[in-house]
Design a protein around this ligand. Structure first.
Ligand SMILES: [Zn+2]
Length: 224
């Protein structure tokens, strides 16, 4: 009987407080859902925290990639910008009158004039008609003819270097013309009357910053 009464009291309590029990159940259910969702969302937070760590190496990779690109650019940069050097303007047989530097060589003997005198350039002996080309790209600043030098072409090669190509044949270039390295500017002749006895040759002068230099030394010492 007591058990029956207790069961009756319990069922009455449940019936009378069903709404309260439902509310309590719902509260626990909601708390449970919140707790589970917190735990579930908290777990991804850990990988999310790891993600920045993962992203940091990515950033580092990006940082590494940028230097790689810079390295590539650095490697590519020198390729399109090779240093243009001076080359001999012709294939010559021998050297005639040498350049007078005013120290080791003060005068050279000029067989045409039968005298010792200063020689600002160097005479490169070659067969008549041998093609003469620009030693480097530049601008033709003067084309002329004198009794002493014959037909001559002056090229401003930039960086303070101006070259005079003399004892040429008829001019095939004009003042103001741009020329590329190796471009033909004339041919060897005997037009330099002061040097006629040497035969056909190119009289070549190079001025660097207004000072005459030995053309052979200048060409030979170009950085390769
Ligand atoms: Zn000469």
């Amino acid at each position: 009987m007591n058990n029956y009464k207790n069961q009756t009291k319990l069922s009455r309590f449940i019936k009378n407080n069903m709404a309260l029990l439902v509310i309590i159940f719902c509260i626990f259910a909601i708390l449970g859902v919140v707790l589970v969702s917190y735990l579930v969302t908290d777990q991804p937070d850990v990988p999310v925290d790891n993600n920045p760590d993962v992203n940091r190496p990515d950033d580092n990779q990006n940082v590494n990639q940028n230097p790689d690109e810079d390295d590539n650019q650095a490697n590519q940069t020198p390729e399109p910008e090779p240093i243009e050097t001076f080359s001999y303007p012709l294939e010559f047989i021998s050297v005639g009158m040498e350049h007078c530097d005013g120290q080791e060589i003060i005068f050279v003997y000029n067989s045409t004039l039968n005298t010792w005198r200063n020689h600002k350039g160097v005479d490169l002996i070659a067969q008549e008609g041998t093609k003469v080309s620009a030693m480097k790209s530049g601008t033709i600043v003067e084309v002329g003819n004198t009794y002493e030098m014959g037909w001559y072409v002056v090229i401003d090669h930039g960086d303070g270097v101006v070259a005079t190509y003399a004892s040429l044949g008829e001019p095939i270039v004009v003042e103001g013309q741009k020329v590329e390295k190796g471009q033909e500017i004339g041919e060897v002749s005997t037009s330099a009357s002061y040097e006629f006895s040497q035969g056909a040759h190119l009289h070549l002068e190079i001025e660097q910053n207004g000072q005459h230099v030995n053309p052979i030394d200048f060409i030979e010492n170009q950085p390769q």
